[in-house]
Structure formats: C-alpha cells, structure tokens
Design a protein around this ligand. Structure first.
Ligand SMILES: Cc1cc2nc3c(=O)[nH]c(=O)nc-3n(C[C@H](O)[C@H](O)[C@H](O)COP(=O)(O)O)c2cc1C
Length: 380
C-alpha cells in the first residue's frame, strides 16, 4: 500500500448530511466492541473511545450496534438504549463528541434469528425472526434442546417491534444523539425480512419484494415520524453473506433496488433520509459467491436509484487509489473505515496528511477493557 495525503480529494471537502454540516467525509462506522457494563450501558471508557475518534472537528461517528429493547438482544456487554441508565450513560458519550464539535448517530439493532436461543431463554425471551428458518443446524439443535425454538413474529409483534424502533430512536435523541441509523445490514432482523432466503412468510410481510421490504419501510416511516428524516440513516448490505444471507435464487439489485426506489420516492416527497450506508461487496475480489453461483457484486446500482448521500464501507484502507476513486466519483459519497479507525484514533488527520497508520490487532476487537480500545496512540 502506498500512503499518500488525501487532503486535496473530496474526502476533505465539507458536506451536508441531513441536518448537519460535516467538515470532511471520513466516517467511523458501527463497531461492536463488547465493553459495556452488565446493565448494557456504556462506561467511562466509551466516553474516552468515542471522544478520541471525534477529535477532528466535524467528524461523523456511528455508534456500535445498540439494542432497541431487551427483546431485540440476547448478547451480554453490547449496549442498549431502552433503559434510563443507558440513556444517561450514552448522554456522557454524546456530550464528549459534541465538545469536539463532531456528530454521532446511534445504530439501532435487533438480532432476530442471529441471537442465541439459550441466551434468550435465560432472559425469558422468545427466539424470533421473519420465519422459522434457522441459520445453522447447530442453532436448531440448541433451540430444541433448551426448549426455545425459532418462530415467526406475529403481525401484532411486528407492529410492536416497529414501535420499539421508534421508541429507541426517541431515546437516542433524548440522550443527545444527532440521529439514528437503522441496522438493516448483515443478516439481522430487518435483513431477515428483506431477503427471501430467510423470509418464507405468505402474509403481507413475505413473498413479493414489496412485501419483504414492508417491515423495514414501516420502521423507516415510524422513526422519521418520531425524529425526522434528516436525523435518520439506514445501513444495508446488498451483497452480504453473513448470517445465512444471499442464496441461490437471490437478486440483490432487484430487492435492494426496489427498497432504494421507495426511499428515493419518500425523499422526493420531502422526507429524504440523512444517508444510505452501504456495505461494499468484499473489495479486492472480482466476484461474490451467491449460493452455488458466482455473480459480480457492485453497489453502483444504488447510486442510480438513490440520489442522496451515501456512506460506503468495506476494506478501503487497503488501497488509497480505491478511496480516491470512490470519493471523487461524485459529490455525495462518504467513506467509513472500520478496522483502521479502531487502530487510529486520529484517522481523519492521518489520511488528510498522509501519515503512517497504526496496525489493528484483531485479538482485542472484542471485550478486553482499555487494551485495544483506548490505548492506540495518536500520531506524534
Ligand atoms: C470489530 C468489528 C465490529 C463490527 N461491528 C459492527 C456493528 O456493530 N454494526 C455493523 O453494522 N457493522 C459492524 N462491523 C462492520 C464494520 O462496520 C465495517 O463495515 C467493516 O469492518 C468493513 O470495514 P473495514 O474493512 O474498513 O474494517 C464490525 C466490524 C468489526 C471489525
């Protein structure tokens, strides 16, 4: 990799995102780090971590994925935003980011079938998804063993879940966040409705593309009604294969193209979301394996359907020409850096000046206190 300063690219041109004027286009994407307390509230360490990564004025951060309700979770030490304590603790984080004159959106998370049946059982919670289709046989065996088998959400439960999303968005704003990002990517609950590999319902939430995206559009509309379109973003991974997504008969451009058309329609009617956040097909590979076939993966289609701001994420640190190419392609792209922003608290500045980057250590991505979290050095 040849390091070069990116100061004279669009990456360092200010941009309006929803209500906010950012000073540059380097974004901290959502990164789960499992360092919250046993009440699933962020600690003082999180204040320091997000504080470090917002140190350049006008940076956009997205929080680690955050459960909208107890029922949406099942993992320990990931944060929530349903309790008073969580709202209070998040407020400390957001105040720090605002002291730095930067911005932060909360990523709203519901695991659905990606949760674990035993963890849910211990909390007295059901194991639910769009349909009763397990990700793996091991999940199925475990669910049977602990007596918490996967089942489809009822229509009443779907309506309640949509309300839970809106409530979580309201809580995030109450805690002082600048906005929320719906986690519609990586095989979690909204994706489990969107994709036909997991969604085999035969009611108004399954079958046609229109029916499969109904749930996520209801979430969008409920959150927009609660906090405003200009404080709402959504993350999607059209090409993702995580958590059993994809599948032989799967056509990402048709499904996600339709969803983006619906979001663009709302935008034309005055409700434009702050941004669409796209996970890139794995960069550096020419094609993605979908089921037994191989299809080219390219998010270019999304730029045709959606005319607003787009954040792109996925392996950009590997190639500065790739970053430049995508950010200069148009005047509405931001680039998110995951693993590299973990290792470089001052990443925007390093990219701007062409400074050397710290290397990330995968071993402490998750759950080991300050080490690998707040102790990566700033450039001298
Ligand atoms: C430790 C770790 C935790 C992550 N947690 C989340 C998450 O909570 N929500 C999410 O949407 N993506 C999550 N991701 C994916 C990142 O947001 C990003 O899309 C991915 O790391 C690719 O970008 P990169 O190649 O720059 O690291 C995570 C990735 C890593 C490495």
């Amino acid at each position: 990799m040849t390091i070069q300063p990116l100061a004279d690219t669009n990456l360092f041109k200010p941009i309006q995102v929803g209500r906010y004027q950012l000073q540059h286009r380097v974004v901290l994407p959502p990164l789960t780090r499992y360092r919250n307390d046993t009440d699933q509230a962020p600690t003082e360490l999180a204040v320091e971590y997000y504080g470090q990564r917002s140190s350049k004025v006008g940076t956009l951060l997205v929080t680690e994925a955050t459960f909208i309700s107890a029922a949406a979770g099942g993992y320990d030490l990931a944060p929530g935003i349903w309790s008073g304590k969580q709202v209070t603790q998040w407020n400390r984080v957001f105040n720090k980011v605002h002291e730095n004159k930067s911005f932060i959106f909360v990523q709203l998370w519901h695991l659905g079938r990606a949760s674990k049946p035993d963890g849910l059982k211990a909390r007295g919670l059901p194991y639910v998804s769009s349909s009763a289709n397990y990700i793996t046989d091991e999940d199925k065996q475990l669910a049977k063993k602990v007596g918490n088998e996967l089942r489809a959400l009822t229509v009443d439960e779907i309506k309640q879940t949509v309300k839970d999303y809106a409530q979580a968005a309201a809580n995030a704003i109450k805690a002082g966040a600048d906005g929320v990002e719906i986690h519609g990517a990586n095989g979690y609950l909204p994706d489990q409705f969107i994709q036909s590999t997991s969604n085999t319902r035969t009611d108004q939430y399954g079958g046609s593309v229109e029916n499969r995206v109904r749930f996520v559009l209801e979430i969008v509309d409920a959150i927009v009604a609660e906090v405003g379109a200009d404080r709402t973003g959504i993350r999607l991974s059209p090409w993702g294969l995580i958590a059993g997504m994809g599948g032989a008969a799967y056509n990402p451009e048709e499904t996600f193209g339709y969803l983006l058309e619906q979001l663009e329609k709302r935008a034309q009617e005055g409700k434009r979301l702050a941004y669409i956040h796209l996970v890139e097909p794995r960069y550096g590979r020419e094609s993605m394996h979908i089921g037994s076939g191989v299809v080219p993966g390219d998010n270019a289609f999304a730029f045709e359907k959606w005319t607003g701001v787009v954040i792109r994420a996925g392996a950009y640190h590997e190639d500065y020409n790739h970053i430049k190419g995508h950010v200069n392609q148009n005047d509405r792209s931001l680039i998110a850096f995951g693993r590299t922003f973990i290792a470089n608290p001052d990443l925007p500045e390093r990219l701007e000046k062409g400074w050397e980057l710290n290397q990330y250590n995968r071993d402490d991505f998750y759950g080991v206190g300050a080490k690998g979290y707040t102790d990566y050095p700033f450039h001298k």
